[in-house]
Write a protein that binds this ligand. Sequence first.
Ligand code: CA
Length: 244
Amino acid sequence: MGRILIVEDERHIADGLRYNLEAEGHEATTVADGEGALGILIRERRPFDAVILDVMLPGKDGFAVASELRASGQFVPILMLTARGSAEDVLRGFEAGADDYLPKPFDLPIVLARVNGLLRRRQWNEQEPPPSGGRREPEPDVYTFEGRTIDFSNMEVRVRDRVHRLTVMECDLLRYLVRNAGQPVSRRAILQDVWGLHESVDTRAIDNFIVRLRRYLEDRAAAPKFLQTVRGVGYRFVPAVAPD
Ligand code: CA
């Protein structure tokens, strides 16, 4: 159950989404342009659990809306609706701060599954213990290394006196990297394991996230010590001091 804001100017798509989300028990609100969405989320500070944001909007497009939301400290999970087959849209969306994306035209069950995925992740990150299923190890909610604290419960990174808020996917990606500490992980594996994306997405989407995480964690983002690039493979998280 969640409160979902749908930002889409095509009335039949917006109404179709709202109808189906409500049928699933969610509260859904529609708004037809970016300015309206920014007004609701930033100026009115109305609380939502997820935003479905179309790229193609009159006036401000979805990329601008996502960037402004993040710049204003609004970290609500964003599912972006992009043009089919446009790797460029996907990359720009992630760069702007989107958490997930779907190409249009989409199948409603897939939208609903993706929205539920974002809502579930948010809940995992907000509750203390992760769901105990099968062989999963219990994970700490707070991970500390080299004077840095990743607080998964509060979705923030603390480095000395600086605090950086994390988006849902930044938080999930950090969890994944911490879980695989010391090992190289490929961009493809990250897309599959963190985003659940099995389509042939441009894996450079991941690089935008790593750039942001480096800004939070590294002393010098241009010379990363903790989030290392592994040439030809992907990335490796190296906490210089092993956790207790
Ligand atoms: Ca549109």
